[in-house]
Design a protein around this ligand. Structure first.
Ligand code: CA
Length: 240
């Protein structure tokens, strides 16, 4: 699945240039022209990385960056800030905004994309590898095969895509609507309970030999790939 980059930039030509280059580089792109719009988009779907302009109307880039760091769902989403001049750049580096990297305009798209890839690799090694693994679970992306503790697990294409998405985002909780959107696709009319049914089947396949359940059900929230089973603060583990 393509990493999704949220571009927050108020100048349409630059917004278009960024989106064009990011899409050409294989990323999925969401566009926001101000902080409010960015927050709305983030409520709908957590991006894999935020490219954030320093100079924005209403909420400034710096303020938005701070807010994203304070929100539990975006605290760990990497942020790259764009600044217009080196003075801003220097000032920004001195501020505690929580950004992962800073890029000064004008920049070459090639350099920016290299920086994005570097940040993603650092925080989400899954994006650069041919295999994904978690605990005793291993997914070979080239051969499309899944192994649990050495035993091959046979999955349907949907179960495979769901597991892949969770493996790419370990520990993150997704609600059913988010999973439907990302695993099944937005244009399909599928009921939310389809997600529950697929999770149930996936769980059965993965735990055939009585292994530890790695799929955590977070009550009233959704699902995550997690070893902290039954840790009470966020929700209860499903038993069935
Ligand atoms: Ca701007």
């Amino acid at each position: 699945m393509k990493p999704m980059i949220l571009v927050v930039e108020d100048e349409p030509p630059l917004q278009q240039l960024l989106s064009y280059n990011l899409k050409a580089a294989g990323f999925e792109v969401a566009q926001a022209y101000d902080g409010e719009e960015a927050l709305q988009l983030i409520d709908e779907r957590t991006p894999d990385l935020v490219l954030l302009d320093w100079m924005l109307p209403e909420i400034s880039g710096v303020e938005l960056c701070r807010r994203l760091r304070r929100r539990s769902d975006t605290a760990r989403v990497p942020i790259i800030m764009l600044t217009a001049r080196t003075e801003e750049h220097d000032r920004l580096r001195g501020l505690e905004t929580g950004a992962d990297d800073y890029v000064t305009k004008p920049f070459s798209p090639v350099e920016l994309i290299a920086r994005i890839r570097a940040v993603l690799r650092r925080v989400r090694p899954a994006f650069s590898e041919q295999a994904l693994s978690f605990h005793d679970l291993r997914m070979d992306l080239t051969a499309h095969r899944v192994f649990r503790n050495g035993r091959e697990v046979h999955l349907s294409p949907t179960e495979f895509r769901l597991l892949r998405y969770l493996l790419e985002n370990p520990g993150r909780v997704f609600n059913r609507a988010q999973l439907l959107d990302r695993v099944w696709g937005t244009d399909l009319e599928i009921e939310l309970r389809t997600v529950d049914a697929t999770v149930r089947r996936l769980r059965r396949s993965l735990n055939q030999n009585g292994e530890t359940d790695l799929l955590r059900t977070v009550r009233a929230e959704g699902y995550s790939l997690d070893l902290k089973h039954g840790v009470a603060s966020e929700g209860m583990a499903e038993t069935g």
